[in-house]
Design a protein. Structure first.
Length: 242
């Protein structure tokens, strides 16, 4: 469920590992974490099937006929992904090291919550119009750059980074959130009943979360998620330091 909420699914997996005494480096649990995340990711192309269909059938001119192959939403999504993947690949060792640091993870949750609260409070109500079709190349590069913070500082949240970056760039809450979801459509790379159940449950739970969040964001802000991040981060920080 946390895969698409701006609260960091990575942090929650790592914290669950520590609390439950589960070794996520074990082959089975590593597979299980991949399967449940894949189940969540799988719901996106189905939930946004009409939107994706519009993008595919109108490429490269776009829905309004004012786009090119260079600035079409599909191209910009790929551009933002590459802008994130490049630096993340170069920082693989640092990312792996930081994934073991609960104090850093908790601190990232707190700082990210404060940043989200401030950004959404200042820009959330100001930017109410717009659509994914209005996203420019500069937006994609900026959002992709900010998304790099998520793997480098686990606990930041990929979703939070893209949403906050989008709002700072002048996108509406709904547009920033939808672009974040589009960026979430990726392939992560046997099985017994538990893995199958994990896949199915994560798919339907993620579907419900995406539908609820898309509806929620049109009339509410991201402050509740920011508050949760801060409180959860403080709790984990106190626990980790003890």
């Amino acid at each position: 469920m946390a895969e698409f909420l701006p609260v960091s699914s990575t942090a929650h997996l790592r914290i669950s590992e520590a609390l439950l005494g589960i070794d996520l480096s074990n082959g089975y649990w590593k597979m299980f974490s991949i399967v449940i995340q894949f189940g969540a990711i799988l719901c996106l192309p189905l939930y946004f099937r009409r939107r994706i269909g519009e993008f595919l059938t109108t490429f490269p001119r776009g829905i309004h006929g004012d786009r090119t192959w260079f600035n079409h939403p599909l191209t910009l999504t790929a551009l933002a992904f590459v802008r994130t993947a490049g630096p993340a690949f170069l920082l693989t060792k640092l990312i792996g090291k930081n994934l073991e640091n609960l104090v850093l993870m908790a601190s990232s949750m707190i700082v990210g919550g404060i940043v989200m609260w401030i950004v959404d409070g200042v820009y959330g109500d100001r930017n109410q119009s717009g659509d994914v079709e209005d996203i420019r190349v500069s937006h994609a590069i900026w959002i992709g750059l900010c998304q790099t913070l998520a793997p480098v500082f686990p606990g930041t949240s990929r979703s939070m980074a893209t949403i906050a970056a989008g709002e700072l760039a002048g996108l509406s809450r709904a547009t920033a959130l939808e672009f974040s979801f589009l960026l979430g459509i990726r392939v992560d790379a046997h099985g017994d009943m538990v893995l199958a159940i994990g896949l199915v449950v994560s798919f339907f739970v993620a579907w419900g979360v995406v539908a609820w969040l898309m509806n929620w964001v049109r009339s509410h802000g991201f402050a509740p998620f920011a508050i949760y991040r801060i409180l959860a981060g403080i709790a984990v920080l106190v626990w980790a330091l003890r």
